[in-house]
Design a protein around this ligand. Structure first.
Ligand code: NAG
Ligand code: NAG
Ligand code: NAG
Ligand code: NAG
Length: 469
């Protein structure tokens, strides 16, 4: 059997071995699960079933069976793909036999094939199995969890590195008084494994892909917070210094300061609401300064739901200094408030247009956050929360409840909640109003106004009462 094999026969041998190894593995896993289930009491009588529910945790202790199972499934899939590729290639070799005889077998090609199509998948399959981290039986020091959350869900090395808790250097206590730092990712990241792996596929220290839109897609679908990355983000090649603050607030920024690659438009003029191909549908008109300049300073007699900033601030003269503008926009609310010496942070997502860039270039603070997350402010700190254009009739009541309680948390006693033109279906308005009424805030202003036959506007200016408990 020592004779030299032809390439094809060698491949066949490799495949044969792989299949035997995998077959063995599957049998081991099956036996292991059977054994675990047996231990767990699956084969006992009815009156023992409840004991199963108590003991199943113990049975799985020290062995992350589910991850192992997932990995094996994944590897089987990869092996299937590999087998398909190899077989296809073998057939091609057969077909090209005649030409092969003439040209001699292209050794380089064969080497490339082995490296790219066979060795690489084999290697990653191997890594996937090796990397399953068995839980430490004693737990991670003081923690009761016996394996790092989610670690076995991911194979990509950079994701694993990121979510593995980082122990302090020996004998040191960190500034938070904890033994280790957990880098967090949103739990829904597991639902978008493929996208997350694509996002985390880069060479450490080199330039990232221009993929903020992939990152945003991940965030909006619940992979929020996203892992940090160790690659350099790209910037506009022709970045100009921003306009001075006395000019930047009310001027469209320099087009050269935005990377337009992932937007439909290529400059700020193009984002005008008159352009049907502007590529976004939320907050149309927000990039037209002549329209923005009218907001919150010019009353519209026919629509009493627009409150003026001057009137709102007059309810608490001198008391409103910092706040949050929760919505979709280009920072005009913050710009106006800045003129009243109030510092406003504006939430912004780049929904088809460079909202964050625009706000920042105007000299205001964009807070890049989705509605998935708890606000990054401490309890009882904000003087004002202004909300417009984000929460509308689409919002689920339970989601809205969580958001409103979070707003209540960060508002200080005496702080103002300004609901600005909340739009919803006429038949839903009572449900929504209840959501706001439940907090028993003091009503400074409260208006429900018809928008169309089926829709209504709701605006309110509410004050958080003192909480003496
Ligand atoms: C960990 O547990 C030990 C013993 O129970 C205790 O002395 C120590 O303070 C704990 N460390 C932390 C950071 O909780
Ligand atoms: C803005 O301020 C700078 C100096 O601080 C001044 O030279 C410039 O004229 C100002 N621009 C406007 C439009 O007021
Ligand atoms: C006032 O509101 C109406 C209805 O929304 C609108 O058509 C009109 O353009 C507004 N006028 C001004 C001056 O903003
Ligand atoms: C804002 O602060 C500046 C400097 O303290 C002051 O000159 C200006 O009058 C203030 N503006 C308002 C609207 O209070």
């Amino acid at each position: 059997m020592k004779r030299l094999c032809s390439p094809k026969c060698r491949l066949a041998t490799v495949m044969g071995w792989l299949q035997i190894i995998l077959g063995g593995l599957v049998i081991v896993v099956s036996l292991a699960s059977l054994f675990k289930l047996y231990n767990a009491g699956f084969f006992l009588h009815n009156d023992d079933i409840c004991r199963y529910f108590y003991s199943v945790k113990d049975a799985y202790d020290g062995f992350d069976l589910k991850s192992l199972n997932d990995r094996v499934e994944e590897i089987l899939e990869r092996m299937d793909n590999l087998q398909e590729t190899v077989e296809k290639n073998a057939q091609n070799i057969e077909k090209d036999k005649d030409s092969l005889d003439k040209t001699n077998f292209p050794v380089q090609e064969y080497k490339r094939f082995l490296e790219q199509e066979v060795l690489r998948p084999l290697y990653s399959a191997h890594m996937a199995l090796r990397q399953i981290r068995l839980p430490k039986p004693e737990g991670i020091r003081n923690s009761t969890m016996k394996v790092e959350p989610l670690i076995n869900t991911f194979i990509t090395e950079e994701i694993r590195k990121y979510i593995t808790p980082k122990e302090n250097r020996v004998g040191k206590i960190n500034v938070y008084g904890t033994e280790r730092i957990y880098n967090t990712i949103g739990h829904a990241c597991v639902l978008m494994k493929k996208e997350l792996e694509e996002y985390m596929d880069y060479d450490i220290g080199s330039f990232c892909k221009d993929d903020w839109n992939l990152a945003q897609k991940l965030m909006l679908n619940g992979c929020d917070p996203l892992p940090r990355r160790r690659c350099l983000t790209r910037a506009s090649k022709v970045y100009q210094k921003p306009y001075p603050i006395n000019e930047s607030l009310w001027k469209l920024p320099d087009d050269r300061n935005v990377r337009w690659g992932n937007y439909q438009c290529r400059n700020f003029q193009c984002l005008s609401s008159k352009n049907p191909k502007r590529g976004y549908s939320t907050c149309t008109g927000c990039f037209e300064m002549e329209k923005e300049k009218l907001k919150w300073v010019t009353a519209n007699g026919s629509v009493p739901v627009n409150f003026m900033i001057r009137d709102v601030l007059a309810t608490k003269p001198g008391e409103i200094r910092i706040g949050l503008d929760f919505g979709v926009g280009t920072g005009t609310f913050a710009a106006r408030m800045k003129e009243h010496n109030v510092t406003i942070v504006s939430t912004a997502l780049n929904l088809g247009a460079p909202f964050s860039e625009m706000i920042a270039l105007r000299g205001l603070v964009p807070l890049y956050i989705s509605s998935n997350q708890r606000l990054p402010f401490f309890d009882n700190t904000m003087d004002m929360i202004h909300s417009s254009g984000f929460m509308d009739g689409w919002i689920d009541l339970l989601l809205m409840d969580f958001i409103l309680f979070d707003w209540d948390r960060v508002l200080r006693p005496g702080g103002l909640l300004w609901i600005d033109r909340f739009v919803c279906n006429r038949k839903d308005i009572d449900d929504y109003l209840y959501m706001f009424l439940q907090f028993r805030y003091k009503k400074h202003k409260w208006i429900v106004f018809p928008k169309s036959k089926d829709e209504v506007y709701f605006s309110a200016l509410l004050e958080k009462p003192p909480r003496a408990v």
